[in-house]
Design a protein around this ligand. Structure first.
Ligand code: 6PG
Length: 226
């Protein structure tokens, strides 16, 4: 497995550094294949990255947007990853992409919602953005989750340590992505990063290891323990 590509910068430079690389990867995908597929991370960390990304000349008309996970809440709920992306990225674009595929995690039948989303996903995402939780989770793949053993289904319902529960992509989707990019900011992420980036480790204990061979954008506080 290839080594992680780690970029460590001052906290205030992370959004610019990560957004520039995202733009570069998307442009390369469009050059090679005519379109680009981008799956977005949720949570707080990516928000300034998305605001910066909205300022860059990304060919959004050629980008299809997906989500790596979603909470089981309506799209206008403050906890919704879709709402966060709408506010920090989509609403800031002069012409947002037409192909925005929201995960309908609020549906009563989350198994069916997972299946319906899985068929929308491309075989290989050009770029998958991920975060890392203080427990080492990524997307909504939490330590000890049965979803970590999933090899057939590409999207599954997931129980979070505290509700709302989720829909999440599974390990095969992470493995098949052409590029993964993990963003982590702040001292609370230093311990899970040590676990995720160590030479050896267990993905069931530290699910973010699933993205170990990808790109990592860290501030100095998060990288402190490396
Ligand atoms: C979510 C995310 C999740 C997130 C981590 C880190 O739905 O919350 O997909 O995997 O990336 O929990 O969250 P923060 O960026 O808020 O620390």
């Amino acid at each position: 497995m290839s080594s992680p590509l780690i970029t460590i910068v001052d906290t205030e430079r992370v959004p610019e550094a990560a957004a520039a690389t995202i733009e570069e990867i998307l442009r390369d995908a469009v050059r090679r294949r005519g379109r680009a597929s981008l799956a977005l991370a949720g949570g707080r960390t990516p928000q300034p990255v998305y605001r910066r990304l909205a300022e860059l000349p990304v060919p959004w008309e050629r980008v299809s947007l997906y989500f790596g996970d979603e909470r089981a809440v309506p799209p206008d709920d403050p906890r919704s990853n879709f709402r966060m992306v709408r506010e920090t990225l989509l609403d800031r674009l002069p012409s947002p992409p037409e192909a925005v595929h929201r995960m309908e995690a609020e549906r009563g039948d989350r198994d069916r919602a997972a299946e319906d989303y899985a068929v929308l996903l491309p075989e290989k995402l050009d770029l998958l953005l991920l975060g890392i939780g203080e427990d080492g989770h990524t997307a909504s793949l939490f330590p000890g989750s049965p979803a970590l053993g999933e090899r057939a289904r590409r999207v599954v319902p997931a129980l979070a340590p505290t509700p709302p529960h989720r829909l999440t992509i599974t390990p095969p989707v992470i493995a098949q992505a052409r590029e993964t990019l993990v963003i982590a900011i702040g001292a609370p992420k230093s311990a899970p990063l040590r676990c995720a980036l160590a030479e050896a480790g267990d993905e069931h204990v530290c699910p973010a290891r699933l993205a170990r061979s990808g790109r990592w954008f860290l501030d100095r506080e998060a990288a402190g323990g490396l």
